[in-house]
Design a protein around this ligand. Structure first.
Ligand code: MF3
Ligand code: CO
Length: 249
């Protein structure tokens, strides 16, 4: 069952999202060569807690960290580590904030120092995929329209779309019933209705779309070692344009 939220409930999610976006804005300023993803994780956890909220990912299905930190060929669910980031790396930081029982979820990919032109393009196109998905998220359209719009853009730019992970409904629990694939056929799936709240979180690869899972049973990485980027927002469907709860600006 797809959960429909009231405006008041969406307002509560927005409050959680404000803490999350403020945290991402801080990460922008601290991520540089030499910092470790464990330091980033500890910064984020402390930031979230000091704002009276909880880092929802920690303890979720046994996940041990406040953030997922996915470097270069890591697609998602990368574990924070003590390895310093290097000039030219890209790192995706994903987190979920719980404020008074209401959640917000957003991932962002950051450049570490000076990155290659290819990496720059991958990040740009992945972010465009997210925003194209959001633009398509209007009442009357279907989930498949979002999926198709994202896939079309990524592939037109010569990149590939990870199939195994989807956006999801979110509210008082992290993964609610609705699934939002980032590839697929138009005019299919659930019709969008006012009050739906879900994430769109395309993972786009420079090379093949296939993945493998690390022995830690969490971390997904590209099968060919190519770079992967991800951007994720939590959005709410309204009568007009979708509301981006986790918008950073
Ligand atoms: N934020 C992630 C998502 O988009 C969840 C990561 S799994 C976790 O669904 F265990 F780390 F929480
Ligand atoms: Co998510």
């Amino acid at each position: 069952m797809v959960v429909i939220k009231t405006e008041k409930q969406i307002g509560l999610m927005r409050e959680a999202a404000k803490i999350l976006t403020a945290c991402h804005r801080e990460l922008r300023t601290i991520i540089r060569p030499g910092i470790t993803t464990l330091e980033i994780d500890q910064f984020a956890e402390h930031f979230i807690q000091s704002h009276g909220a909880k880092a929802e990912q920690k303890g979720y299905k046994g996940y041990a960290f406040a953030t997922c930190a996915s470097v270069n060929d890591e697609i998602c669910h990368g574990f924070p580590t003590r390895t310093p980031l290097k000039d030219g790396d890209i790192v995706g930081v994903d987190m979920v904030v719980n404020l008074n029982g209401w959640l917000a979820d957003s991932a962002w990919t950051y450049a570490v120092g000076q990155i290659s032109e290819q990496a720059e393009r991958l990040m740009k196109v992945t972010k465009e995929c997210l925003y194209i998905g959001i633009e398509t998220s209007v009442v009357g359209n279907r989930i498949g329209d979002i999926s198709h719009a994202i896939q079309s853009h990524a592939e037109a730019q010569g990149f590939s779309v990870v199939e195994e992970f989807t956006g999801h409904g979110i509210g008082q629990i992290m993964h609610e019933d609705l699934q939002v694939p980032h590839c697929g056929r138009p005019h299919r799936g659930e019709r969008l209705r006012k009050g739906m709240v879900f994430t769109i979180e395309p993972m786009i690869n420079l090379g093949l779309h296939h993945l493998k899972i690390d022995p830690n049973e969490w971390t997904a990485r590209t099968i060919d070692g190519s770079l992967s980027a991800q951007y994720e927002h939590t959005i709410a469907i309204t009568d007009n344009s979708p509301l981006i709860l986790t918008e950073q600006d």
